[in-house]
Write a protein that binds this ligand. Structure first.
Ligand code: SF4
Length: 226
């Protein structure tokens, strides 16, 4: 179990999954810059941040719900958690809500400005939210959803064993790299072109620098052997 001072932001998981250097530049070195993609994402989240709780029949929609897990050492905020009223209690899948009758099934929903990605970065972030909610509400959550902006559509996400394992592993990696506190060298890859930090990171230049350093290190080793 983690303590409050050890909690790390859920949002860091996406940065880490995308690129460990990007994560380190943002979360260790405090560098952040906005590009078109991040600006669109921020604006979409601001819209999701506007309300508090809304009731639509048998659905209660909680916005900006604070999340925390001492088991996984995470903290953050859910864009939306939908609570569906169920007629009958399904043990371990429903929760009670303060001041409201009935049994409720929680479904976390995340807003993303772009389109679904080939890698499961968004699903992992949503699963991390579900893990926090499970601990907070003492339930098991089977499904969440991601609302994509381009094209506008909602996709269901199953929190199956595979996704839970990937999320668990990435959370462990997050705590490990945070405690190591090192920024890894750049490595230019295709995804660098959509990285908001490409100008600060300069992957083509710093990658070359790494090669020079490696060359000099090897030359030093060789000269010592002679
Ligand atoms: S430019 Fe590439 S290497 Fe640098 S932080 Fe972004 S994704 Fe990582």
């Amino acid at each position: 179990m983690f303590c409050e001072s050890d909690l790390l932001p859920i949002s860091a998981l996406q940065h880490l999954a995308f690129c460990e250097r990007q994560w380190a530049l943002i979360h260790l070195e405090g560098i952040w810059t906005e590009n078109r993609l991040t600006a669109e994402g921020r604006s979409m989240h601001e819209r999701a941040d506007e309300a508090d709780t809304e009731v639509r029949g048998d659905i209660r929609i909680a916005r900006c719900l604070k999340l925390r897990s001492l088991r996984f050492g995470l903290t953050g905020k859910a864009d939306i958690v939908e609570f569906y009223r169920e007629r009958e209690e399904r043990v371990g899948k429903m929760c009670k809500l303060d001041g409201v009758d009935g049994f409720w099934r929680p479904v976390p929903v995340e807003y993303k400005h772009g389109s679904p990605k080939p890698e499961p970065y968004d699903e992992i972030q949503l699963c991390a939210q579900a893990l926090c909610l499970e601990e907070m509400l003492n339930v098991k959550i089977e499904e969440g959803a991601i609302f994509y902006g381009r094209p506008r559509r909602r996709e269901a996400v199953q929190f199956d064993d595979g996704l839970r394992t990937k999320t668990d592993e990435l959370v462990s990696r997050l705590h490990k790299v945070y405690h190591e506190g090192k920024t890894p060298p750049a490595q230019y890859e295709k995804h660098c072109e959509s990285c908001s930090l490409i100008d600060q990171c300069m992957p083509r230049i710093t990658e070359g620098k790494k090669s020079v350093e490696k060359y000099l290190d090897q030359a030093l080793i060789n000269s010592e052997k002679e």
